[in-house]
Design a protein around this ligand. Structure first.
Ligand SMILES: C[S@@+](CC[C@H](N)C(=O)[O-])C[C@H]1O[C@@H](n2cnc3c(N)ncnc32)[C@H](O)[C@@H]1O
Length: 185
């Protein structure tokens, strides 16, 4: 399996910079897909730039499962969720690359995979595992940073997504990103 560079934990603070809202407004990006009571996943959540707004959108009847391989990211996420009264909705989950997620099979309504796939060594497995978690018809918003990831790399990721049973639902236009909405067939 190819070893990829994982973003260092301190980058988590950079990703929380309020200036990011100029190009990535979480509510604008995610509101079309998240409804109260949903089970959502923020995969590669870092310190929760998107996770906390996602928690507000699914509300107290919903859950946001936040997966990451770095404990320092999840510790900061946990503190932020607590400070904002969202601890009951946000579930931080520390994983190792290579884990499987069978306990979530067929339970998830929406997955956010934002600026993560290029850090994952085995993307074929990544998309297959995420697809297993999703209910039939569930959506995934998949985005990669433009400039950092080449168009050919993004297309390769889409071919792995298709192998996992994820088809294109809609083009998305997100600043400084290559992005697409995928649906589980
Ligand atoms: C560039 S950051 C993006 C964070 C967040 N999605 C955002 O847009 O603010 C990538 C995150 O993915 C995590 N990550 C890298 N490889 C991973 C893997 N195999 N499984 C889960 N998380 C991973 C990193 O630890 C890091 O927190």
């Amino acid at each position: 399996m190819e070893k990829k560079n994982v973003c260092p934990w301190w980058m988590g603070y950079v990703l929380l910079n309020p200036l990011r809202k100029l190009s990535h407004k979480p509510e604008e990006i995610l509101e079309p897909y998240l409804k109260p009571g949903m089970n959502a996943v923020d995969f590669g959540c870092a310190m929760g730039y998107f996770s906390l707004p996602m928690a507000r959108m699914v509300g107290k009847e919903g859950t946001v499962y936040c997966f990451d391989i770095q404990q320092k990211m999840l510790s900061k996420l946990t503190t932020r969720a607590s400070d904002q009264g969202l601890s009951k909705i946000i579930k931080p989950i520390l994983i190792n690359e290579g884990d499987t997620y069978h306990q979530y099979s067929g339970t998830i309504d929406f997955i956010l995979l934002f600026a993560v796939a290029h850090e994952v060594g085995d993307q074929r497995k990544l998309f297959a595992d995420l697809s297993v978690m999703m209910k039939p018809g569930a959506l995934m918003l998949f985005a990669e940073p433009a400039g950092h990831v080449k168009q050919s790399g993004f297309e390769q990721s889409l071919s792995y997504a298709a192998m996992g049973g994820l088809e294109k639902a809609e083009e998305r236009n997100i600043n400084r990103s290559m992005s697409i909405l995928l649906r589980k067939t």
